[in-house]
Write a protein that binds this ligand. Structure first.
Ligand SMILES: *Cc1c(COP(=O)(O)O)cnc(C)c1O
Length: 381
């Protein structure tokens, strides 16, 4: 079986974990937590990092730290992970979805302005799979309508964006708060873990408080607000520090995997292959996603099943927020029109693309896919 994702843990991970054990520092008070926070802040040119338990709760903290609550609307892509909409709904605010761009699969920036109302408080931008959201128009909208930006960068650690004036900025440098996940399929992993980045001292201290039960500043056990225990342990951070040391190498490897698949699949007429670059960025291929062309007479489900039988691990694309049973039951998104997201969910899937993937495994996966496509179409023709 070729797994859909296998992380690469052969750097200083063991040495740093050993240091945690021998020193006795295993809780969130240990020194690796601050080292990981500083390392991530440096990577994205931000003032501070706030390490948390995972990327989903990073979004909860971001929404809460920005003071988003009842009656507020937050605009986000329909084509994303549930954590994004969940954070908004749990805060008592209203998520408003925007459809995906058919080429980059990110929120279609041209559709955002029409979704803004007097109640809109923030834009939750999510950089999906390999290409970032086109940030300059988003920044302009945020300024014009006085909106906050939450930037979910979970899938694009180490990615950059080139501004119209030529300046190259890190993904994660745009949002009032940027959030990250360190799940094992992300470019930097801590097993489970997450991070917020921000510049504003007030936001930073709010996020730090919310992460840690909002302990009192003067009297520890007197609380002005409710927080959570979303702390990251020193053990997790130790793995993250070892991983982050290799981010440049990891990004190179991800792009190399993307090139392998592009070469292998270049002649296939049944697949929409994501562009290697846009005017502002180069694809980082968090995962190597593909979309079945309309003439292919089956959905990605059938292709994934056939690939599984050939020992190739795959995953479907996200299921759009406006089609989630849990949100439909809440009466949300009743008027959402997101045909692109609906198509991506049904026609998209991704191939094995973890950092441990070898050239030969990519070759085998691509051959198996081409083989499945011709067989499935042969049988149904
Ligand atoms: C992985 C991911 C998350 C959630 O991260 P967890 O650490 O798994 O909670 C949030 N947003 C995006 C875009 C992700 O890909």
């Amino acid at each position: 079986m070729i797994p859909v994702n296998e992380p690469l843990l052969n750097g200083n991970e063991i040495a740093y974990l050993t240091e945690c054990i021998t020193s006795g520092w295993i809780s969130s008070e240990g020194p690796f937590v601050r080292r990981l926070e500083d390392g991530m802040a440096k990577l994205c040119a931000r003032q501070q990092g706030i390490a948390v338990a995972n990327g989903s709760v990073a979004l909860d903290v971001a929404v809460a730290a920005l003071g988003i609550g009842a009656g507020d609307e937050v605009i986000l892509p329909s084509f994303t992970i549930i954590s994004c909409a969940a954070a908004i709904v749990r805060a008592g605010a209203i998520p408003v979805v925007v459809d995906a761009d058919p080429v980059t699969w990110n929120m279609d920036v041209a559709l955002v302005e029409a979704a803004i109302t007097p109640r809109t408080k923030a834009l939750m931008v999510v950089h999906i799979y390999g290409l970032p959201t086109d940030m300059e128009p988003v920044l302009a909208l945020a300024v014009r309508h006085n909106l906050k930006i939450i930037e979910d960068c979970a899938e694009q650690i180490g990615q950059t964006y080139r501004m119209v004036n030529g300046e190259v900025r890190a993904i994660g440098s745009f949002g009032d708060i940027a959030t990250f996940s360190f799940y094992p399929n992300k470019h930097v992993t801590t097993g489970e873990g997450g991070m917020l980045l921000a510049d504003d001292p007030d936001l930073i201290s709010r996020a730090r408080g919310l992460r840690n039960l909002c302990f009192g500043e003067k009297d520890r056990f007197r609380h002005e607000e409710l927080g959570w225990n979303f702390r990251m342990s020193n053990l997790q951070a130790a793995v993250g520090v070892a991983q982050l040391e290799r981010i440049d190498e990891f990004v190179v490897k991800k792009r190399e995997i993307g090139r392998w698949y592009c070469e292998e699949l270049a002649d296939c007429r049944d697949l929409e292959i994501p562009p290697a670059q846009t005017g502002y960025s180069q694809n980082i291929y968090w995962v190597f996603g593909l979309v079945l062309c309309d003439h292919v007479p089956c959905d990605s489900k059938d292709i994934m099943k056939a690939l599984g039988e050939r020992g190739i691990g795959t995953r479907p694309f996200f299921w759009p927020m406006h089609e989630q049973p849990v949100f439909q039951k809440m009466g949300l998104f009743t008027s959402a029109q997101c045909p692109v997201s609906e198509r991506l969910a049904r026609r998209g899937f991704y191939l094995p693309s973890g950092l441990s993937l070898t050239r030969d495994q990519a070759h085998q996966s691509a051959r198996a896919l081409l083989n499945c496509l011709s067989q499935l179409q042969g049988h149904k023709a």
